[in-house]
Design a protein around this ligand. Sequence first.
Ligand code: BES
Ligand code: MN
Ligand code: ZN
Length: 502
Amino acid sequence: MEFSTQTSVSLHQIKTTALAVGVFADGVLSAAAEVLDRASEGAISAVIKQEFKAKTNTHLVLRSLSGIKAERVILVGLGPQEEYKTKQHKEAETQFALYCQQSEITDAVSALASTHIDASTLRERCRNAAFSVTQSLYRYTATLSKPKPEAKLKKWSSWVPRTQQTEAREGLAEGQAMGAGSNLTRTLADLPPNVCTPSYLAKTAKELAKEFKTLKVEVLERKQLEALKMNSFLSVARGSDEPPVFIVLKYSPASQAKNKKAADQSGPIVLVGKGLTFDSGGISIKPSANMDEMKYDMGGGASVLGTMRAIAELNPEREVIGVVAACENMPSGKANKPGDVVTSMSGQTIEILNTDAEGRLVLCDALTYVERFKPAMVVDIATLTGACVVALGHVNSGLFSQDEELAAALLSAGRQTGDTAWRMPLEEAYQEQLRSNFADMANIGGMPGGSVTAACFLARFTKAYRWAHLDVAGTAWRSGKDKGATGRPVPLLTQFILDQTK
Ligand code: BES
Ligand code: MN
Ligand code: ZN
């Protein structure tokens, strides 16, 4: 897909197959819709009065309007003007993109990003436009004998003021990169667990490093993990016949000058992803209903790979390292048993009271490993707890950090992209729930505050650097009839890294 800007002042003169303008509820026209209304001598406001309520996620197609060069004008419902925010804008762009796809349109112009939103810039809106379009064209094909046909849409233009063309173009490029990264994450997460194994994730990381010269990859295998004494991670992997992998993907800026600037900063940004390509629970086995969804337990790891892809495309002046600790959690004669005690890479011992709390057992060693990079900051991303879904539902990812500045930066990146997170507590007072009589800590803290005690567990391994934890158990995928990966939190993470680079 080719994204570009359209800067002709006279919107009605633009020749295209489909031109989208926004309409608010109660007949309120966006500025772009007003231009077309004037050019067509009130044709648009007349139609709205008769048959268009402009609810969100609706549209109306108007063909061959006199005074307008576009073949069709698509009125996209924006809902009430006072409720119009980033979310509604993204939905509107998606609505138009899906219409184009269904109608097999190849070129389209959208004026939707030109509608102002409080506290947002045009660059941000163009970013969200290109992201939404790219996202909406995602389709899963790998294991279908008759997949949906590929989208015909090839050219997408955003109508913006000429004076702001540069920032609009930058925004479009950012959104496209985020979209492609997010779609990679979705593909990996949607793949069945007998295809997307730890080795498959490693292969994908290697392919990324082949495609982008700025990425270097290293894949550590069982022997190397043993030498590193990652016994907590290995204890989880041991229950499965699939070999574990530990992926390290490093991005360094392309040019020497950029590299120097990057080196001047306090160290790389490190992302650490939970990569459980299947979580059966192990000996503490999960109930069988919906267990298939535990193929998504690598969503955090997949979001690290997707973000690294977006970053490699955008070339920010900042070193970024993505780490994915990948294995399966399975019951077997070699699997962890409740009561087992393991010694983590950090030297701290852990009593495994529930083998289904395996994410933290995998992540703790990864978090110790990344100390060697002397990171400026570390963000881990994990489908860590069902308790986080209970707390926040499917709207916000859970954000845990004791670093105010880092937490604020992540929350802001979430707001800008509509890929939002909500701050959760992370205090010493919860730590006592992890007390064990037979090890330095237990791997579970009981029912109360389950997502908080999981974060508290991780906190014990992150004392050497600035750190935040994102629990994406409720946001990485959708269940039910529209079951599928969301690609979250790739937009949040990419935006966060871009913001850190300024
Ligand atoms: N991967 C799961 C968390 C999960 C469960 C995410 C359901 C999304 C939906 C994680 O490994 C897990 O099983 N956590 C346990 C922890 C408990 C045993 C303390 C949980 O949340 O039930
Ligand atoms: Mn589990
Ligand atoms: Zn899990």
